[in-house]
Design a protein. Sequence first.
Length: 196
Amino acid sequence: MKRPELLLLAGGIRPGSLNAKLIGCAVQAARDRGLPATRLSLADYRLPLFGAEALSIDEVPEALALKAMFRRHDAVIIASPEHNGSVTAMLTNALDWISCPGEGEAAQAYGAFRRKPFALLSASSSPFGGLRGLSQLRQILTTVNAWVVPEQLSVPHAHRAFDATGKLADPLLRTLLDELVDTVAGAVRHEAVEGK
């Protein structure tokens, strides 16, 4: 069985983002395990506000390209900032576009998400580590038929969580991140066996 290919992204693009640092740690954890890992930045996909204009996804090349990235990978790991107890507008907008069926796709609604394993991370300077936002993101992804693994990782006081090299300083957090990468990769293998 081929090694699962992972797509990893942060839900925001703010310079110095704690969640960008966390997704960088997840990319390294995946590569340490010999897993192909692609890091994606939402900054590379300039998407119009979903629903603001009468556009189909077939008229938005950036949305089609982003959807193709999700389709091409076996599992997705998202590090999501918490904004007002929810997910960022940028991440919500991207997920809305990815879930939009293209021409001839009506029978494959949510095809870029269906039964694809997702793992969720968050980092926040707050003592709660972005947990409220993860709850909202889990609900969104479940609604579009993604398979969100039960385990998740939130990093509280994240402004103090990374060492000078950008790695998680706490050995327990590093272990939990490693285990989450193992879990989502294992979920891909499980789905491959179940789907036969």
